[in-house]
Design a binder for this molecule. Structure first.
Ligand SMILES: [Zn+2]
Length: 444
C-alpha cells in the first residue's frame, strides 16, 4: 500500500487544503522557449476543425514523428525507428547489449483532442537529452527516449498499439481492426509506417525488456486532483485497472402506480437505486480503510418506449464500472455487486441479469522509482504527494512486462481528450526538471 492520502474519503466530497505555491524556479527553466516552440509546431502540423488530430499509425502521427525526429537531429542526437515503427532517440548510438533507462509516451491524439496528452511525455524526454547534449553531460546508464505509436483507442478501437507490438502482445484480431475513417486494417497502416508486420503477426518480442533498468513516462494529469491540491508535479502511485459491465438489467414487473401496494410491487427503479446506494456504502468503507476505488454507473435508464410517470417501472438497464489500483479491491467490489444483487432480488422481488464483465488489470508502479521521483520533487522545492492514475497509459504495459516503471504527472486543467486541455508551461518545465533529476541521479 502506498502512502498517498485517499482522495474523496467519506460519503460526500470533502475538500483538502491546497499546497503552498513553490518559491523556487525550476532548474531547467532555460528550456521554456524550446518547449513552447515544440508544442506550437506540433499543434500547427496537426490542427483540426477543433483541437488537434494525430491518427494512430496515420498521417498526423507520422508528421509529428518526423518533426520530433528532425528537431532531435538538429540538436545532434541519434535517432532510429524500431520494428514497430516507434521513434527512438539517444545521445549517441548505443551498443545492443547495453542496459539503459527508457523514457517515453505517445504522439497520437484522439480526433479533435488536446495537444499535450502523450506529446508532453515525448517532448519531456527529448528535452532531457537536449540538456545532456548541450551541457556535455553523459549519464552512467544511457537514456533512450521513445515516441510510441497508437496509444489512443479512438482510431482502431484498441489502445497501446505501439507498445503492445513492441512487447509481442498485439493479437491477431487487433491487427485486423479497421481504422474509423478509411476502413483499412491496422496491419496495413503499420506496414505503411515501416513496421515489420510479419514479426508483429508472429507475436515476436521486439524489445529486450531485461536491458531496461527503468521506464519513465511523464504525462498530464487527466483528473482534477492536482489543480485542487495546488500540486504542479506528482509521482504516480499506480495505474488503476477496472472491471466493467456495459449492461446490467434489473427486471421487475410493470404495474399501475396507484393500484399496486408496496408489498406486491416489483419496482426495478427502487431496486436499482438501492443497489447503487449499497455500492456507495461499500465504496465509503473501502476508502475509510485506506483502499483505492472509484465507481460509476454512467448509463442508467428505464425504457423510454414504456416508461411513464404513473407506471411502476418493469425494467432498468445500467452500466457499472469500478477502477482501483489493487486487484483484490476490484475482486471485492465485483463480489459485493453480486451479493447485493442477490439480497435485493430476494427483498424486492426483481432479478438482475449481467453481461460478461470486461476486466483490465491494474499496474503497480515501482516503489523505489516513486521514492526517487518524490526526492526529485523535494530537490526542486515542490510539494510531495503521490496520486493514482485513473486512466491507462503505455507505462502500464511496461510495468506488467516486468520493467520497473515510474510515472510523473504534470498538473493540467480541463481533463484530456479535448481541445481545452490546459497545462501551464511553467508546470511542464517543473515536470521536466523532476524527470531530469530522476534519470540523471539514477546513475549515482
Ligand atoms: Zn496519453
Amino acid at each position: 500500500m502506498m502512502n498517498a492520502p485517499a482522495h474523496g474519503m467519506g460519503t460526500g466530497p470533502r475538500s483538502m487544503a491546497p499546497h503552498p505555491v513553490p518559491q523556487t524556479d525550476p532548474s531547467l527553466a532555460h528550456l521554456t522557449g524550446d518547449a513552447a516552440r515544440l508544442f506550437k509546431e506540433l499543434e500547427d502540423l496537426s490542427k483540426d476543425k477543433s483541437g488537434v488530430s494525430r491518427a494512430s499509425y496515420g498521417p498526423g502521427e507520422c508528421r509529428a514523428f518526423d518533426m520530433i525526429e528532425e528537431f532531435a537531429r538538429s540538436e545532434g542526437l541519434h535517432t532510429s525507428r524500431d520494428a514497430a515503427a516507434n521513434l527512438v532517440i539517444e545521445l549517441e548510438e548505443s551498443a545492443h547489449d547495453q542496459e539503459y533507462i527508457l523514457v517515453g509516451s505517445h504522439l497520437d491524439s484522439v480526433p479533435q483532442g488536446g495537444n499535450y496528452d502523450g506529446a508532453a511525455g515525448v517532448i519531456a524526454g527529448l528535452l532531457c537529452l537536449v540538456e545532456m547534449k548541450r551541457t556535455g553531460f553523459k549519464p552512467e546508464i544511457p537514456v533512450r527516449v521513445i515516441a510510441l505509436r497508437g496509444e489512443e483507442s479512438a482510431w482502431f478501437g484498441a489502445c497501446y498499439l505501439g507498445s503492445k507490438a513492441l512487447l509481442g502482445k498485439l493479437d491477431e484480431s487487433e491487427q485486423e481492426l479497421t481504422q474509423r475513417d478509411d476502413g483499412r486494417t491496422l496491419r496495413e497502416h503499420m506496414a505503411d509506417c515501416g513496421a515489420e508486420v510479419s514479426r508483429i503477426a508472429a507475436r515476436e518480442k521486439l524489445i529486450d525488456t531485461s536491458r531496461i533498468k527503468a521506464f519513465f513516462e511523464l504525462h498530464i494529469e487527466q483528473g482534477p486532483v492536482m489543480i485542487a491540491r495546488n500540486l504542479p508535479v506528482a509521482a504516480v502511485t499506480g495505474i488503476r485497472g477496472n472491471i466493467r459491465h456495459r449492461r446490467i438489467s434489473c427486471i421487475g414487473e410493470a404495474g399501475h402506480s396507484g393500484a399496486v401496494p408496496r408489498w406486491l410491487r416489483h419496482d426495478a427503479v427502487f431496486a436499482t437505486s438501492e443497489l447503487i446506494t449499497r455500492i456507495d456504502d461499500h465504496w465509503t468503507t473501502i476508502l475509510q480503510h485506506g483502499g483505492d476505488l472509484v465507481a460509476t454507473c454512467g448509463i442508467l435508464s428505464t425504457d423510454p418506449q414504456h416508461h411513464a410517470m404513473s407506471r411502476i417501472p418493469g425494467e432498468v438497464t445500467l452500466s457499472f464500472e469500478a477502477r482501483s489500483q489493487y486487484e483484490h479491491t476490484l475482486a471485492a467490489i465485483e463480489a459485493l455487486l453480486h451479493s447485493e444483487c442477490a439480497t435485493i432480488t430476494y427483498e424486492r422481488k426483481v432479478k438482475f441479469e449481467f453481461d460478461r464483465p470486461v476486466k483490465t488489470p491494474p499496474a503497480v508502479l515501482d516503489e523505489n522509482l516513486i521514492e526517487r521521483i518524490n526526492n526529485a520533487c523535494m530537490e526542486e522545492g515542490l510539494p510531495v504527494e503521490a496520486i493514482p492514475s485513473g486512466a491507462g497509459h503505455d507505462a502500464s504495459l511496461f510495468a506488467n512486462a516486468g520493467v520497473p516503471t515510474g510515472m510523473i504527472f504534470v498538473r493540467n486543467r480541463n481533463g484530456s481528450h479535448n481541445p481545452e486541455e490546459d497545462m501551464e508551461m511553467d508546470d511542464f518545465i517543473r515536470g521536466i526538471s523532476v524527470l531530469y533529476r530522476t534519470i540523471t541521479e539514477f546513475n549515482l
